[in-house]
Design a protein around this ligand. Structure first.
Ligand SMILES: [Zn+2]
Length: 154
């Protein structure tokens, strides 16, 4: 049996890998944080000023922020632009007017006076989203489904 020798060899390999990984350095700075707000900026899709924090949205790609005045404007841009993972999307929580990663939000399409008229608003709290959808004759879907490439939903 040569298992002792093999164990020794793999231990040496592990050490080499660990040393190489250590050389890459560590630092939390390369992780891009969500912008706090984009109010006052110009919508990258329709060119209107972002006025209402409840409907604002933003996408971040390669460290650059593109602001939107509405979820529908963010959809217009994000849907056709493909490779997922390249672009990080943030939508405002309607209740608080703060931006959050789109994956954690529920989008209501209802009789809501959103800036571009599509009636879209996003919610962190699913129960709140259901409540608003019921009161305003709308529907609720996860933002991740709404922004999925190539229409599963129309
Ligand atoms: Zn817009």
């Amino acid at each position: 049996m040569t298992s002792a020798a093999r164990r020794g060899a793999s231990a040496a390999l592990l050490l080499a890998v660990a040393a190489a990984a250590g050389g890459a350095g560590c630092g939390g700075r390369d992780r891009f944080a969500a912008p706090a707000t984009v109010v006052g900026e110009t919508c990258a899709s329709c060119g209107m000023e972002v006025r209402n924090p409840r409907y604002m949205a933003a996408s971040v790609a390669a460290g650059r922020v593109r602001p939107y005045d509405s979820i529908e404007c963010a959809m217009k841009e994000a849907a056709p632009v493909a490779p997922r993972g390249h672009r990080i999307l943030y939508l405002a929580d309607y209740a608080t007017g703060t931006l959050h990663h789109a994956d954690s939000l529920w989008v209501v399409r209802a009789k809501i006076p959103s800036p571009m008229g599509a009636g879209l608003a996003a919610f962190l709290d699913r129960a709140e989203a259901e409540r608003v959808a019921a009161a305003r004759e709308g529907t609720v879907s996860p933002a991740s489904v709404l922004f999925a490439p190539a229409g599963a939903a129309r």
